[in-house]
Design a protein around this ligand. Structure first.
Ligand SMILES: Nc1ncnc2c1ncn2[C@@H]1O[C@H](COP(=O)(O)OP(=O)(O)OP(=O)(O)O)[C@@H](O)[C@H]1O
Ligand SMILES: [Mg+2]
Length: 293
């Protein structure tokens, strides 16, 4: 199905769901973005969300990140775009608590130590990293098992997600028998059922063709509207960042710095086609691409 036919963007969204406040669709079809969800740099402090202040990281002589500042409210979504090698994955590792910065402060829902940040974040890596010998269901329960939940209980908790994610009847199938998009959904499910409030997605759809990718973007928005989370999404695709995030942070080449912050909260009742062809979207895309340089 071509992306343009996917006109149900956010159709299943519920009141109060991510992306619903601040809609700006108008009678003339304008799909103006609204900066409602995520705070822009310097726009106050929110201990409930994520805040980075002056974050820097160096690996030997390589300065990966320098002076990174941004802030995101709880259950909002921020997209991070920038050139390869600009420190985006490093940034996710720092937020997640897998790594400490050399400089600056990181606050994830009030947690500042690496251990406490780790407890609040779940990461979805670029490659799905599903274990080939485990069924889809047993791949999805790994985080729960790691937390000490019995396999029987973890399976019972996770099984209902398969229907919700369009994977019913695929619980007992091995990853090799799933399509790329299905594997990504199992991988996302695994990230989600970990029960963490913060999701760090590193190029989640990077390996998919453009049609599957567009479908997965729609699907992700719906999933997040039903199960709101705070999301940091790293992507090379500016259009994807603008469609999926409320705020897009453009990073420079190494050493990675924030060079531009764009409000991209498009109305959830507009179709994907309406959004991507709107003047507002095209303008923002242009601004982001210009900032990337
Ligand atoms: N563990 C590490 N040890 C040494 N150098 C590292 C390490 N992790 C990252 N780097 C270096 O830091 C820089 C930023 O890497 P990072 O993976 O964060 O970039 P990126 O923006 O995610 O790139 P891409 O878009 O290609 O995924 C690179 O020069 C990389 O070589
Ligand atoms: Mg990376």
């Amino acid at each position: 199905m071509p992306a343009e036919q996917s006109s149900d963007r956010g159709r299943s969204e519920q009141p109060g769901a991510a992306g619903s406040p601040g809609m700006a669709g108008s009678a003339n079809g304008s799909v103006r973005p609204v900066a409602s969800g995520a705070a822009l740099p310097g726009a106050g402090t929110s201990s409930a969300g994520i805040r980075l202040k002056g974050v820097g990281k160096r690996f030997g002589n390589v300065v990966a990140l320098r002076g990174i500042d941004f802030e995101i409210e709880r259950h909002s979504r921020i997209g991070i775009v920038g050139p390869s090698g600009g420190g985006k994955s490093t940034l996710l590792h720092i937020v997640s608590g897998l790594m400490e910065p050399d400089a600056g402060e990181v606050d994830v829902e009030g947690a500042t130590s690496a251990k406490d940040r780790l407890a609040r974040c779940a990461m979805m890596p670029q490659r799905d990293l599903l274990l080939p010998w485990r069924t889809a269901l047993d791949n999805a329960i790994i985080a729960l098992e790691n937390r000490g939940v019995s396999r029987k209980e973890a399976r019972a908790q996770t099984r209902p997600y398969f229907e919700r994610f369009g994977l019913d009847q695929f619980e007992n199938v091995r990853p090799a028998q799933l399509s790329g998009g299905m594997r990504q959904r199992v991988s996302f499910m695994r990230t989600l059922v970990a029960g963490k409030d913060v999701l760090l997605l590193d190029e989640p759809f990077g390996a998919l063709d453009s049609i599957t990718r567009a479908q997965m973007q729609e699907w992700l928005l719906r999933a997040l509207s039903e199960l709101p989370r705070t999301v940091l999404l790293v992507t090379h695709d500016v259009e994807e960042a603008l469609l999926l995030s409320r705020t897009v942070v453009v990073m420079s080449a190494r050493p990675g710095r924030v060079v531009r912050t764009l409000a991209a909260d498009f109305p959830t009742d507009a179709s994907r086609r309406e959004i991507v062809t709107s003047r507002e979207f095209v303008d923002l895309k242009e601004q982001a691409l210009e900032a990337i340089g």
